[in-house]
Write a protein that binds this ligand. Structure first.
Ligand code: NAD
Ligand code: ZN
Ligand code: ZN
Length: 383
């Protein structure tokens, strides 16, 4: 099968690799028709993780079931399914509590919890930027889509990761109706957090970034754009909240946060959140942070440590929640919002490419080139 293979920093290629296949009785085999490039792929693409060369990328996957293992009962050949980026078993202590991002059985590395497709440190599983994908525990992991799947596949594919993740940011931040919310990062995840906050009837959604195209997307859904290359985002949020700070804050950037000139400061968004969220406010962090980052220009962060403004965070009595999104906790309800015509998360999509054009898509998306807000790849077509 054809797949996107990681061959080293900023080097991905379309290659022929052995077909994905059923390996265990509980597996489902999916012919991928839509698969996205994610900001998480970029951490790997840039060589800022220990993702192994030769592996297939892709964790935001949708397609048609072409084969099921003998122990699969619910999912059928022909079903169109969206697959959460988390690979989870459904029966461990964490999965039972809905914490599928921290599954205790699917990551073979001792002492690690959580697995994902085509992801650094999340198990040996190949990704779905390919013609075929093996889905472990298919009955548990596949979200079967309704009959409008074909016409809405660019919406439904956002259920694999970024919409649930944006929603998760607002859950961790405890966003409620009437709240003011500040979101750092207007990448696909930050835009989905803004979308989610809007669904939850936030009174004011402020989105900080410096890319005009991404900020314009935020404005399309009624958010207030704050360009931090022109103004201090903290001052701006204070001004918009009568000097109090936002009720809630979301971090949707991660450890490669940088200033508008491009210099990385892994603590930048966290400390800006502490400053721009009110006393007793709550903060949700879904941007990825890692236990070590040898390539970091910041000495502390080489060991995964951050100069976090804990004194002010404590003084303000704030709370913080963080981590990978438990996609299965949200994807069913969000699917229904799409099916009923209440939501159209594909509004973030800027480019639809064939698998052959993926290396080019990676280059543009990695440079955050103007207009490249979200790239969707189509290795095949739904029948
Ligand atoms: N927790 C999860 O389950 C989960 C799931 C998906 C993605 N992620 C992570 O979320 C993060 C965002 O993903 P994405 O796809 O939107 O990526 P992205 O890289 O496209 O977007 C990040 C945006 O942040 C902006 N930014 C950088 N520094 C900033 C700063 N100091 N202040 C404000 N904005 C700043 C960039 O300009 C960019 O537009 C990544 O770290 C990704 O790995 C986490
Ligand atoms: Zn993703
Ligand atoms: Zn589990």
């Amino acid at each position: 099968m054809k797949a996107i293979v990681y061959n080293g920093p900023r080097q991905v290629n379309v290659e022929e690799v052995p077909d994905a296949r059923i390996e265990r009785p509980t597996d489902v085999l999916v012919r991928i028709t839509t698969t996205n490039i994610c900001g998480s792929d970029l951490h790997m693409y840039e060589g800022r993780t220990d993702f192994e060369t030769g592996r297939v990328l892709g964790h935001e996957n949708l397609g048609e079931v072409v084969e099921v293992g003998p122990a699969v009962d619910r999912v059928r050949v022909g079903d169109v399914v969206c697959i959460p980026f988390n690979i989870s078993c459904g029966f461990c202590a964490n999965c039972e509590k809905g914490l599928t991002a921290y599954c205790l059985t699917t990551n073979p590395e001792p002492g690690m919890a959580g697995a994902a497709y085509g992801f650094a440190d999340m198990g040996p599983y190949n990704g779905g930027q390919a013609e075929l994908l093996r889905v472990p525990y298919g009955d548990f992991n596949c979200l079967v889509l309704p009959d409008d799947a074909k016409e809405k596949q660019n919406d439904y594919v956002m259920l694999a990761d970024i919409w649930p993740t944006g929603w998760h940011a607002t859950q961790l931040a405890q966003v409620e109706a009437g709240d003011s919310v500040v979101i750092y990062g207007a990448g696909p995840v930050g835009l989905m957090a803004a979308y989610s906050a809007t669904f939850k009837s936030a009174s004011k959604v402020m989105v900080v970034d410096r890319h005009p195209d991404r900020l314009a997307k935020a404005e399309e859904i009624g958010a207030i754009a704050i360009d931090d290359s022109r103004t201090s985002p903290v001052d701006q949020v204070m001004e918009l909240t009568d000097g109090l700070g936002a009720d809630r804050g979301c971090e949707c950037v991660g450890y490669q946060a940088h200033d508008p000139q491009g210099h990385e400061h892994p603590n930048m968004t966290l400390n800006n959140l502490v400053k721009s969220v009110k006393f007793t406010g709550t903060i949700g962090v879904v941007g990825v942070f890692v236990p070590s980052d040898p390539g970091s220009p910041d000495d502390l962060f080489k060991q995964g440590e951050i100069a976090f403004d804990y004194g002010m965070f404590w003084f303000k009595g704030q709370k913080i929640g963080n981590g990978q999104c438990n996609v299965k906790h949200y994807n069913r309800q969000l699917r229904t919002l799409i099916h009923e015509g209440k939501a159209r998360p594909s509004w973030v999509v800027s480019h639809e490419l064939n698998l052959d054009d993926a290396p080019d898509g990676y280059e543009h998306f990695d440079r955050r080139d103007l207009g490249w807000t979200k790239v969707v790849l189509h290795p095949g077509e739904l029948s």
